[in-house]
Every structure is written in structure tokens, then in C-alpha cells.
Design a binder for this molecule. Structure first.
Ligand code: ARG
Length: 248
């Protein structure tokens, strides 16, 4: 009887307690989404999300462990406890929210389009992309993919494992356009797209709050995260990290 009670007690324990007791916060992300998480020349994962969770671990008094995971397995990895939370530029949408809980959004982004050189004069509005003569790319399992399929059902959609591959396809003229989250398209445009004659339709046509995902049924952890977010948003820490990655 006592055994069962102990076990039930452990099951109820918040991830927060487990993190504090183990001394490690395990964060799941997939590197490759600029400037949120990307791998630098030395092989370290850096970015906006990484700095935010570094601050988070500091506030918990624990060490940070980054678990780099493929995007299509990132929610299953959380559900099977491979990490304590996902901080990977994940858009809070209703479909994902059926499986996980999200802390309040830490930034708002939206879908934008990069047009290949060949169609740079022809396509001046994202609505034109809904046309059978265009091929549009994005990344597998993302809201970019969902938006492309939903908004441009008449176009041909082509999916890629990684965001940079989807973008290169349009840069190389093999697709008319690539659709993705604003911060990343903006960086890709500045670094490569502009010189390659691409056009950047930079006004977001979707509304996408990004949030940290945790397992359901854990109000203690959710409460901690939301209060942590309010605190850093107002004491200068968020602004310092934001300006570092997005420029002031
Ligand atoms: N915001 C988009 C989504 O949630 C893309 C996020 C991709 N993140 C990443 N780390 N690769 O679907």
C-alpha cells in the first residue's frame, strides 16, 4: 500500500521538481532555424532560444543540457521524456496544443515568402502564389508547410527535411518560392537571396506565436515558466538577448 502511494506521489511530481533535484534542465530543439538555434563553426548550438533557456537554467540553479532532435520527432521526444521542454521556435497552434502545453508566447512571427529570381518581377503579392504554374517549398512538419498547403492549394508543394534546403531550391530556380517564418527568411535573404536576385515578400501573412512546450498536466512547471517570462521581459534580460540576435 505504501509502495503504491510513493509511486503515485512520484508520478504527480512536477517536471520542475525533477529538474531541480537532478540539477539538469534538458531542452529539446532542432538546430537549423536561424537565429533561434543554429550550429556555429565549433559545432555548438547557439541562438535566441539557447540564450533564453541558458537564462532559464540559471534561474533554476541547474545546468543546461541541449538535446538536438529532428523536427518530426520533437513532440514525441517530449512525450517520452527525452527532455523537459521544447524551446525550438515552435509555433503555438491548436493541433499541437492538443498534445502538449505551451507557456505564454515569447515572440510573435509569421509566414513570409522568398521568390526566385525568375519570378521576381511577376510575383509582387503572396496571394499570387496560389497558381498551378508555381512550385512552392517549405520544411517538413512546420507551420510553413501547413500555410503553403492551406493558402496555395493550386500550387505544387515540395517538402524538405531542412529549412535551408527548401530555401536553396527557390534560390536555384527549381521552385518559384519558398515559404517560411519571417526571422529566418529575412536572414537568408540578406545572406544569400538578395545577391541571387530573389524577391522578399516580407509582410507576414500568418500570425504565429512561438512558445515553450511542456508535457500536459503540469501546472507547477507552466506557472514557473510564465512567471519567468514576465520577469525577463521586464528586467532587461529579454531585451539584451533579443537585441543580440535580432539587432536593436
Ligand atoms: N515556427 C515553425 C513551426 O513551429 C518552424 C519552427 C522550426 N524550428 C526549428 N527549430 N527547426 O512549425
Amino acid at each position: 500500500k505504501e509502495d503504491i502511494n510513493v509511486r503515485l506521489e512520484l508520478q504527480k511530481a512536477s517536471t520542475l521538481e525533477k529538474v531541480v533535484q537532478s540539477g539538469v534542465l534538458r531542452v529539446g530543439l532542432e538546430s537549423g532555424y536561424m537565429p533561434f538555434e543554429m550550429t556555429d563553426k565549433k559545432g555548438a548550438v547557439v541562438g535566441f532560444d539557447v540564450d533564453m533557456v541558458t537564462e532559464m537554467a540559471k534561474a533554476m540553479g541547474v545546468k543546461l543540457e541541449i538535446v538536438n532532435t529532428a523536427w518530426d520527432g520533437i513532440i514525441p521526444g517530449l512525450l517520452s521524456n527525452k527532455y523537459d521542454l521544447i524551446a525550438s521556435g515552435m509555433t503555438v497552434n491548436q493541433e499541437r496544443n492538443l498534445k502538449v502545453n505551451f507557456a505564454n508566447p515569447y515572440i510573435i512571427v509569421g509566414q513570409t515568402a522568398l521568390i526566385s529570381k525568375q519570378f521576381a518581377d511577376e510575383i509582387t503579392d503572396w496571394k499570387q502564389l496560389n497558381d498551378p504554374k508555381y512550385t512552392i517549398t517549405s520544411k517538413l512538419g512546420t507551420t510553413g508547410e501547413q500555410a503553403a498547403k492551406r493558402l496555395f492549394p493550386k500550387a505544387t508543394y515540395k517538402s524538405f527535411e531542412m529549412e535551408d534546403q527548401a530555401m536553396l531550391e527557390a534560390l536555384n530556380g527549381k521552385a518559384a518560392a519558398t515559404v517560411y517564418d519571417l526571422p529566418m527568411t529575412s536572414i537568408f535573404y540578406a545572406q544569400r537571396g538578395k545577391d541571387a536576385g530573389m524577391k522578399f515578400l516580407d509582410k507576414p501573412f500568418t500570425y504565429e506565436p512561438l512558445g515553450w512546450a511542456i508535457n500536459k498536466g503540469d501546472p507547477d512547471f507552466l506557472n514557473w515558466l510564465n512567471n519567468f517570462l514576465v520577469q525577463i521581459k521586464n528586467d532587461g534580460r529579454y531585451d539584451r538577448i533579443y537585441n543580440k540576435w535580432f539587432g536593436s
